[in-house]
Design a protein around this ligand. Structure first.
Ligand code: MN
Length: 286
C-alpha cells in the first residue's frame, strides 16, 4: 500500500478571464516533480452565475508543450481552437486538448448556460508531454459522458467513470501519451474501497466534494488533494460522506520542466522560441 506524503490545498482563489473562479491547487511553478506527469490543476467553482447575454470566459490565448483537460461537473463550457477542434461540453463531459507544438484557443461559458445561469463546477488539469512529443501536431478529443465507461465498485461502494486509463477490463477513451488514470469516482458514505495505483507512479486524488479518510488516518475534503508517496501499490480510502473524487495517477515524466504562463517546455531557449512562434502566428489563429 502507498502511504500519504502530504495533503495539498490552496484557499486563495482567482479568476481566469471573467468566467472561471478557480483555486490553483498545484502548479509546475512550485514543485513539478511531486505531481509529474500532471502540471497544474485549477479547481473551478462551485459558483452560481446569474443569467447574462454577455460572453463569460477567456478569449484567444496560446498553449505549447502539454495538454489541457477540462472536466465539467455542472454548467457548460464552449471551446474553439486553431486546430479546428471545438464543441460544448456539459456535466460528465471532458475536453482533452493536446496543445503540443502550439494551439490558440478560447474558453467560454456556453451561450445557453450564460442565458440561463446556474451552478458552475469544473476542473482544468494540465498534463505534461514527454520531450519527444512536445512538438507533435496539436489535437482535440471531445469525450462525452455517453462515451465514458462506468465500472461499479464492489459492495455498492460507488462507481468509477473512466476518462483515461484502464480498470477491471474497461478502458477510458482519452488517448494519452504516457500511462495514466484519470477517473471520476463516486464513493458512498461509510464505504471503504481499494483503488489500484502502480509502484512508482504519482498518485494524487482530488476530493472534488465530500470527505475521505486514508489508512494513515489523514482526512481530505472539498478542494483537497491527497499526495501519496511513490513507493507501494494501491491505496485504501474510506468515504466519510458521499464523495466525488477525481482519481489522478500517472507515470512520472523524469525530465526538466521549464514553463512560463501558457508554455511548458524543457529549456529556457524553448520558452523564448514559443513566444517568437506565437507572435509570428506559427501556433495558428482562430
Ligand atoms: Mn487555455
Amino acid at each position: 500500500m502507498k502511504s500519504v506524503s502530504f495533503i495539498q490545498r490552496n484557499t486563495q482563489g482567482h479568476w481566469v478571464g471573467d468566467g472561471f473562479p478557480v483555486r490553483t491547487l498545484f502548479s509546475y511553478n512550485d514543485d513539478p516533480a511531486a505531481f509529474s506527469p500532471f502540471l497544474m490543476l485549477d479547481y473551478g467553482g462551485p459558483m452560481n452565475f446569474e443569467p447574462t447575454t454577455q460572453r463569460r470566459g477567456v478569449g484567444a490565448h496560446p498553449h505549447r508543450g502539454f495538454e489541457t483537460v477540462t472536466i465539467v461537473y455542472d454548467g457548460e463550457v464552449s471551446h474553439r481552437d486553431s486546430s479546428g477542434g471545438g464543441g460544448t461540453i456539459g456535466p460528465g463531459d471532458v475536453q482533452w486538448m493536446t496543445a503540443a507544438s502550439g494551439i490558440v484557443h478560447e474558453e467560454f461559458h456556453s451561450e445557453v448556460f450564460g442565458r440561463v445561469g446556474g451552478l458552475f463546477r469544473m476542473v482544468q488539469l494540465w498534463v505534461n508531454l514527454p520531450a519527444r512529443e512536445k512538438m507533435a501536431p496539436p489535437g482535440y478529443q471531445g469525450i462525452t459522458a455517453a462515451q465514458t465507461p462506468t465500472v461499479a465498485l464492489p459492495g455498492g461502494a460507488g462507481s468509477v467513470r473512466l476518462i483515461a486509463g484502464e480498470f477491471q477490463g474497461e478502458r477510458g477513451s482519452a488517448r494519452t501519451f504516457t500511462p495514466m488514470q484519470v477517473w471520476d469516482v463516486q464513493l458512498k458514505a461509510g464505504h471503504t474501497v481499494i483503488l489500484p495505483a502502480p509502484e512508482g507512479h504519482t498518485t494524487v486524488p482530488l476530493v472534488y466534494q465530500g470527505r475521505v479518510k486514508t489508512t494513515d488516518g489523514q482526512e481530505a475534503s472539498d478542494a483537497e488533494m491527497i499526495v501519496y508517496k511513490r513507493a507501494g501499490e494501491g491505496v485504501t480510502l474510506t468515504a466519510l460522506a458521499d464523495t466525488t473524487l477525481l482519481w489522478l495517477c500517472g507515470e512520472p515524466i523524469d525530465e526538466p520542466v521549464v514553463g512560463y504562463g501558457p508554455f511548458v517546455m524543457n529549456t529556457p531557449q524553448e520558452i523564448q522560441q514559443a513566444f517568437v512562434d506565437f507572435q509570428n502566428g506559427r501556433m495558428g489563429r482562430l
